[in-house]
Design a protein around this ligand. Structure first.
Ligand SMILES: C[S@@+](CC[C@H](N)C(=O)[O-])C[C@H]1O[C@@H](n2cnc3c(N)ncnc32)[C@H](O)[C@@H]1O
Length: 213
């Protein structure tokens, strides 16, 4: 890890992603987190204050330590047990069907192989478990998408592996998960190339339709 990715980027990221709009979106998404939860790409722990105190446990993975002191402070304030592992989401060391809920916020943009990570998420979710996702990605507006493609190599460097142009919904579906709710919107505090959002829920099994009975 270089100086920039180890010391400078995590501080910039933590500050930028603590903004009011980010906080509100985290709060709204995590309200429904429940049971045994896995968070992929924990980062500096910005989601921790937003989990309901009623969750049973939180396991979290992140390949590299980012601002360990800040993460330790945020973890210490949480009213539920937390276990953080320095591993990548593409290969999770958990048994299948262990988690009620998996959370991914602004992480599928950065994971080198997001499809492998999503397949692992599908494997470790309980059959009735839920993926809660809040991600930026490819715009439906072709004029913005063109710029996302053009600027992606630069973003990759300054964002330490972040991609602007991943089609998050298609990746989730390709991994065998079923999207049960999807909101597409643009963040107000972020330029559109990086603020085109995918927020929703996905499940392992498609909910049974009343007509199928
Ligand atoms: C933009 S940050 C978002 C952090 C956090 N999820 C949040 O909402 O504040 C992207 C995160 O993905 C993590 N990451 C990168 N590659 C990963 C991988 N292979 N598996 C899991 N997390 C990864 C990075 O270390 C970083 O913490």
């Amino acid at each position: 890890m270089g100086l920039y990715s180890r010391y400078i980027f995590p501080r910039l990221m933590d500050r930028f992603m603590s903004g009011a709009e980010f906080q509100q979106l985290r709060e709204e998404l995590l309200r429904t987190a429940h049971g045994h939860v896995l968070e992929i790409g924990l980062g500096t722990g910005l989601n921790l204050p937003h989990y309901p105190g009623s969750i049973s446990s939180l396991r979290a993975v992140n390949p590299a330590p980012l601002l360990p002191d800040r993460l330790a402070e945020r973890s210490a304030a949480a009213p539920f047990p937390i276990e953080v592992s320095r591993i990548s989401a593409e290969r999770l060391p958990y048994e299948g069907g262990m988690f009620d809920c998996v959370v991914s916020t602004w992480t599928l943009c950065t994971i080198p192989d997001p499809l492998a990570a999503l397949r692992e998420i599908r494997r470790v979710l309980k059959p009735d478990g839920t993926l809660l996702f809040l991600e930026h990605g490819r715009s439906e507006d072709s004029q913005i998408a063109v710029w996302q493609d053009r600027l992606n190599p630069i973003q990759n460097v300054i964002g330490c592996g972040c991609h602007l142009n991943r089609p998050i919904d298609r990746l989730i579906t390709k991994a065998g998960l079923t999207i049960t709710k999807l909101d597409r919107f643009t963040m107000e505090s972020v330029p559109r190339i990086g603020g085109t959002m995918y927020r929703g829920t996905a499940v392992v099994r498609a909910p049974e339709s009343p007509d199928a009975r």
